[in-house]
Design a protein around this ligand. Structure first.
Ligand SMILES: Nc1ncnc2c1ncn2[C@@H]1O[C@H](COP(=O)(O)OP(=O)(O)OP(=O)(O)O)[C@@H](O)[C@H]1O
Ligand SMILES: [Mg+2]
Length: 590
């Protein structure tokens, strides 16, 4: 071999070794990405935050990336797996599985990796072996990349060495999929979860939250728009009552300090995004600010949930029961009125029974004084409601939707519980309340009571349920994988006390006897009459009753070219505006 050739070979070998040990070097020197603004392929030079992500992928087995829209993360991760399969050892081939909320998203991901592969220099001797599948690629060194839409079945018969979940917060039926993922990871695979937030979804948020609390081994990579050199031109930091600070130093340490001190970043790009999202801050919070609580379409606004959390939440004075599932904040006081709302479980394994007791005339107005959350067969629950209900002399309202609560309700009647709620006060009917046919109005009452801070919620369990209580296809419901039993008990108690009793007061002849028996003493409660619904109430109820599924389509702006004409690929259309009312099930991602 001639000297020249020998040197060439050595050079190639050194390059190969350099690329194998340094994915960032490899990506920046050999890969190209399509620049939409220039309509051409450009060198893919990862910006600092992307470099941090690559390093984290390399150093940590489990990664979770929090990202704004168009952070470049799908592209970056595709580049990373290209590096991974290119430099894998044939004795230990990589098997990458890409799962996404949609098949097209997964395939687009795989396609990016294929395009990157086609850009590799000649001296890389790894080729694609079998190209006839759009979803599954095998390389000549034994590596594989498979891309599928998420389902628990997706993992059957394929044990990945790296699992990638793209748009992880938008995966439907999340918990089953996640259980299957965890089972497959337990055999030794690595994982990368990527998403923009979608409220408190069961996979992505749960994992992120666990990582924050060091309850799992996931490493968090947080991408922020103001750290992206494409978007942070003319960056400024604002805080009310303080002078605005222009700072585009790219010093992320300083940026973190501004955030810590309560400053908010702004830039022409950001303002343009807000404008293009019609000032819909919920959308901006989700898509751009990566805010979990502000992103999901919670029925009760984040602000009011936080108000309950900060101002009203208390530790119980006592926890009773075998598993301490009955929490007490106040013992009964003579002369006070109490209403108890009961949500009976269907008896299925993951279903809980719940009740909440509200004092209507405490020193602070309406106040939660006790709450039960546990597993109990319906007849046993009747005994328990009888016992606790009598202790507070509470007016008891039981959800009998679909007949589930009926055995409990009928047993209480049989036992002679004197203060049971009947539909329209008609004792010829079965005692109880049908939530399903009153769903929206009951939720409206709940929302109003919380928004106006009229009710003081004490329980952290109830407040937690509010954060996962969303609109699903226009219907107030719990997110998949979460519960809302405590909220329904509470909502019923509030609704009945603020509506039925006003009715009762108006119709004294009909109900005098009932009111008498309901009072622990004969003190009239002025509060019942003094509750006046605020003006928005009717509008609110209207909107709950008539979520408009036919609201016109609207475009989501392209963060890459917010100033240009909205020449949008299908990938940037929200086909349905309906998801705004639909929580995670109604939302369609591209
Ligand atoms: N470092 C970079 N330099 C130039 N362009 C980049 C860079 N990183 C990503 N891009 C471009 O940004 C665009 C968005 O990338 P990508 O689709 O990977 O982002 P994403 O975070 O997955 O977005 P989405 O929120 O749509 O899933 C692509 O056109 C990509 O080529
Ligand atoms: Mg993406």
């Amino acid at each position: 071999m001639g000297e020249k050739m020998k040197n060439k070979k050595l050079e190639t070998l050194m390059l190969w070794a350099k690329c194998k040990s340094d994915p960032a070097y490899f990506i920046a020197n050999y890969l190209e990405t399509f620049d939409k603004t220039k309509q051409t392929y450009v060198k893919f030079e990862p910006f600092p935050k992307q470099l941090e992500a690559i390093q984290s992928f390399k150093d940590h087995r489990y990664n979770i990336v929090l990202k704004y829209r168009q952070a470049g993360i799908s592209t970056l991760t595709a580049a990373y797996i290209t590096w991974l399969v290119t430099f894998a050892h044939a004795d230990n081939p990589e098997k990458v599985l890409i799962l996404a909320n949609k098949r097209e998203t997964a395939m687009e991901f795989l396609n990016k990796a294929k395009v990157f592969h086609s850009q590799l220099p000649k001296w890389v001797s790894v080729d694609i072996g079998d190209t006839n599948s759009k979803q599954h690629v095998r390389f000549t060194n034994g590596c594989e990349i498979k891309a599928v839409a998420t389902s628990a079945d997706a993992l059957r018969g394929y044990t990945p060495s790296l699992l990638i979940l793209d748009e992880a917060a938008f995966i439907e039926g999340g918990q089953d999929v996640w259980a299957a993922c965890q089972a497959s990871l337990s055999t030794g695979g690595d994982a990368i979860l990527v998403s923009t937030p979608n409220g408190y979804d069961p996979i992505y948020h749960t994992t992120y939250d666990g990582a924050k609390k060091s309850e799992n081994d996931f490493k968090i990579v947080e991408m922020r728009w103001y750290e992206d050199p494409r978007f942070n031109k003319d960056l400024k930091w604002e805080k009310e009552g303080e002078e605005t600070i222009p700072d585009e130093s790219q010093d992320f340490g300083k940026y973190a300090n501004y955030i810590r001190d309560g400053f908010n970043p702004t830039a022409p790009w950001y303002l343009e995004m807000i404008r293009q999202m019609n000032g819909n801050m919920r959308l901006v919070n989700q898509e751009i600010n990566c805010d979990f609580l502000g992103s999901g379409e919670t029925v009760i606004d984040k602000e009011w949930i936080q108000q309950q959390e900060k101002e009203n939440k208390r530790d119980p004075i006592r926890k009773e029961g075998y598993q301490r599932e009955l929490w007490i904040w106040k013992d009964p006081e003579p002369g006070k009125k109490y209403v108890m709302g009961v949500d009976v479980s269907t008896g299925q394994s993951d279903d809980f029974s719940a009740f909440s007791i509200i004092c209507l005339d405490s020193d602070e107005g309406e106040e939660q004084v006790a709450e039960y959350y546990g597993k109990m067969p319906p007849d046993e629950l009747a005994n328990y409601v009888w016992q606790v209900g009598n202790r507070y002399n509470a007016y008891v309202v039981i959800d009998i939707t679909g007949g589930v609560g009926l055995p409990t309700s009928l047993k209480l009647k049989e036992m002679g519980y004197s203060q049971l709620h009947y539909p329209n006060g008609d004792k010829n009917k079965n005692p109880g309340f049908n939530i399903d046919s009153n769903r929206r109005i009951v939720v409206s009452e709940l929302e109003e009571s919380i928004r106006t801070n009229r009710v003081k919620i004490r329980s952290e369990r109830t407040i937690a349920e509010m954060t996962t209580f969303v609109f699903r296809n226009g219907r107030p419901d719990h997110m998949v994988g979460y519960h809302d039993d405590l909220l329904w008990g509470l909502a019923m108690a509030l609704y009945v006390s603020n509506t039925t009793f006003k009715e009762i007061e108006r119709n004294k002849n009909h109900s005098a006897a009932m009111i008498d028996s309901w009072m622990t003493t004969q003190n009239e409660n002025p509060q019942i009459n003094s509750i006046k619904p605020p003006q928005e109430k009717e509008a609110m109820k209207q909107s709950f009753n008539n979520p408009n599924p036919n609201t016109p389509q609207r475009n989501i702006p392209d963060p890459m070219s917010p100033f240009g004409p909205m020449n949008q690929p299908a990938g940037h259309m929200y086909r349905e505006y309906g998801w705004l009312f639909g929580g995670m099930m109604g939302r369609r991602r591209n």
